[in-house]
Design a protein around this ligand. Structure first.
Ligand code: FAD
Length: 288
């Protein structure tokens, strides 16, 4: 199933994102999480691509295994980090051979400690270039997703410039976009309106992450924490209380997004099922 086809249906999509675990025990735990979330009938799941090392191969193995063993549509993330065109092509061949039809094509982050991204030798410097590379190779017929940033990508100093860069992804033929996590819906609504004005007409799926106690980490993604949420989290007596606040906030956020007609919801699950399952169950009347 191509995600772009599913996104044209009236019923919003509901999808879950996982990361490749570092140990075999972590992989077993991930499949337990997937089994728990399967009852929620996700439209698709996705597996992120690491900054380097063995988890990169695991992304490819996991998506093919999830699709084959659970029947759930699985999207592979892929980044430009450290890869030449030749290597990227070999990965695309493996994904196609594994029956994967959907790829989230991204640039990736600069290495830890650096604020600038180094274009790999014979590789790509932007997500739009990777999207163009995949789309113009007649050997492949993937449905492609891209990332987008309602509160501006952290390396960009102007919303207008960031949007102009996003338009390059649309021009390269991206099929849909998924946003970075955010907690203020107005940022999403304003961003979608600006994107449409800029001629970006593909579906823009909001990315949702139930808040955890690590507000600093969330801010590193560029997400602004609304005062009301910060105050509630800071005053919470323990992790249980924080989880409850996070689930309540995300539920209200998703409810408003769905009521205003978003094409779907993409949950950053952090490989855990409890919070995501509670939020989705709270939204059953709207998600079907
Ligand atoms: P790009 O669109 O390439 O933009 C990066 C920066 O360059 C922006 O500031 C943009 O304004 C600027 N820019 C773009 N084009 C140009 C141009 N032509 N000229 C000048 N400047 C330009 N990271 C991972 O490592 N693995 C993952 O699996 C992963 N999954 C993600 C999933 C989603 C839905 C999202 C939103 C992000 C994900 N990330 C992942 C993080 C992502 O890799 C980083 O946010 C990265 O810094 C940007 O990638 P991009 O493709 O969105 O950036």
């Amino acid at each position: 199933m191509r995600i772009r086809d599913r996104l044209t249906q009236e019923q919003p999509t509901c999808s879950f994102e996982f990361f490749p675990p570092k140990s075999p025990a972590g992989v077993d735990a991930l499949f337990t999480t997937i089994a728990e979330l399967r009852d929620l009938a996700p439209s698709f799941v996705s597996v992120t691509y690491g900054a380097g090392g063995s988890t990169r191969d695991l992304t490819i193995d996991l998506v093919t295994r999830i699709k084959r063993e659970t029947g759930i549509e699985a999207m592979a993330h892929l980044t430009c980090v450290g890869h030449s065109r030749h290597e990227l092509r070999a990965i695309l061949e493996r994904l196609a051979a594994g029956g994967i039809e959907n790829i989230m094509a991204l640039r990736g982050d600069p290495p830890k400690g650096s604020t600038t991204f180094e274009r790999p030798v014979d590789g790509f410097g932007y997500g739009s270039e990777l999207i163009d590379f995949i789309n113009t190779d007649s050997a492949f017929d993937f449905c492609l997703g891209g990332g987008c940033y309602p509160e501006i990508h952290i390396e960009c100093d102007s919303a207008e410039r960031d949007l102009a860069h996003l338009k390059l992804k649309a021009d390269a033929g991206v099929d849909f976009l998924v946003t970075q996590l955010f907690f203020d819906n107005q940022a999403y609504f304003d961003f979608v309106a600006a994107a449409q004005d800029a001629g970006i007409s593909v579906p823009i799926v909001p990315g949702i992450m139930p808040v955890t106690n690590n507000l600093e980490r969330l801010e590193r993604f560029g997400a602004k924490i609304p005062d009301e949420l910060r105050t509630a989290i800071t005053a919470a007596p323990n992790e249980e209380a924080i989880a409850e606040i996070g689930i309540g906030w995300s539920t209200r956020q998703c409810r408003e997004l769905l009521e205003r007609g978003v094409p779907g919801l993409h949950f950053y699950t952090l490989n855990k099922s409890t919070a995501t399952a509670q939020i989705v169950n709270n939204l059953r009347d709207l998600l079907g």
